[in-house]
Write a protein that binds this ligand. Structure first.
Ligand SMILES: O=c1[nH]cnc2c(O)c(F)c(-c3ccc(F)cc3)cc12
Ligand SMILES: [Mg+2]
Length: 214
């Protein structure tokens, strides 16, 4: 049985970064994806925009939809204040298994709850599973066809409060037209586009930051 790309990414992390040093884990993944094998991490350019939003929001409770190998999980968790929590949902068990090890290697396992399963089923359980009142920040980076449904589900479950921030990856490539149309035209959101590039390429992509107005 040959290795998978996530497994090769994990091996590159263990070989080329320092255990307990999140920045070295981020650099090792970016190097692997730029010079060895492209992978669908948010990447360094959009990652810097993500860092800025995380620092600005300074969330006590954050949610990530789509963990993949844990790259953005590490980017977010490394910036969280003590006592705060990041919950990350991943549908694919093979991705979740690798992400768990990447997050542990970075030394951030105490700040992160990784939950395997479909976001549509898990979001309604957030209050009972983790005692979440509402999310200060949600990073949406899973499957483009779930962005709109999951944003509306978060609203319906009372998991957003006045000022909650949604930050969505890939709004241009692969693209999430329905989601964009919703957050840009709904009176319940103040939305702004951060133009950037598809990770590790020169293609256009960007992040959409949408503040829930309550
Ligand atoms: O499915 C995805 N989930 C989350 N993030 C993604 C991403 O950042 C991508 F670039 C891409 C992507 C994949 C292939 C391409 F040719 C372009 C973008 C996909 C995802
Ligand atoms: Mg993405």
């Amino acid at each position: 049985m040959g290795s998978t790309r996530p497994q090769r990414l994990l091996r590159a992390v263990q070989k080329n970064s320092t255990r307990g040093d999140p920045q070295s884990v981020i650099s090792a993944i970016d190097h692997f994806c730029r010079h060895k094998e492209w992978a669908m991490n948010v990447g360094d350019e959009k990652g810097s925009i993500l860092d800025g939003v995380v620092s600005e929001v300074n969330p006590s409770t954050a949610l990530e939809l789509g963990t993949y190998c844990g790259y953005s999980t590490v980017r977010i968790a490394r910036l969280l204040p003590p006592g705060s929590q990041l919950i990350t949902l991943e549908f694919n068990p093979a991705y979740a298994a690798v992400a768990k090890q990447v997050i542990a290697w970075a030394g951030l396992q105490d700040k992160v709850q990784l939950v395997e399963g479909p976001s549509g089923d898990l979001i309604p359980q957030m209050k009972e599973l983790f005692g979440v009142k509402s999310f200060d920040l949600v990073f949406i980076d899973h499957w483009k066809d779930r962005y709109l449904a999951d944003a509306q589900l978060l609203e319906e479950c009372g998991l957003l409060r006045k000022g909650s921030v949604l930050l969505a990856d890939n709004v241009i490539c692969p693209g999430t037209p329905e989601y964009l149309e919703y957050v840009r035209n709904s009176p319940r959101y103040e939305s702004r586009y951060f133009k950037s590039h598809l990770e590790y390429t020169q293609a256009e992509d960007g992040l959409e930051k949408s503040v829930f107005l309550g």
